[in-house]
Design a protein around this ligand. Sequence first.
Ligand SMILES: [Zn+2]
Length: 162
Amino acid sequence: MDPARAVFLAVAFATHAFLGYALVRSLTAANPRLGVLFGLLPDADFLFPAALEWPFVHRGLSHSPFALLVFVVGALVVRDRTTALAVALAYGSHLLLDSLSPAGIQWLFPLRTTWSPGLSIHTVIDTPVLWAGCLVLLAWRTDALDPLLARLPVDSDRLGVG
Ligand SMILES: [Zn+2]
């Protein structure tokens, strides 16, 4: 694999995992590891054999509202509403983020669509902004960053930590 492509994919996977983690950790009582798992799950379609055709291709079935619905309903049936919310947030965040990219996603599945706003995501500008947003969300809604904030050379009492 082209090294630039490998770096791009690593950054994209890390961003989807971190965004899923931050959303689930900040907005639900579910285990935040669900956010990592379901934030990455749509890209499991990279593992589909190349011989398969539509919709079992990258950004096919797994990148559709249908797949999101299946996993959310599955979580409701097998677990509970908290888990379903976590799945919806993490999986949905992946779909939303990918839908902004030039390749888009299949919002009208099973119809094939190619429309997208064509924004570049996972770039050296977008990625730090997304990651900063995740850190702000974590700092705002959880105590997950307290150990990190306590190490800052400022009065931790002013930050409400420590
Ligand atoms: Zn994806």
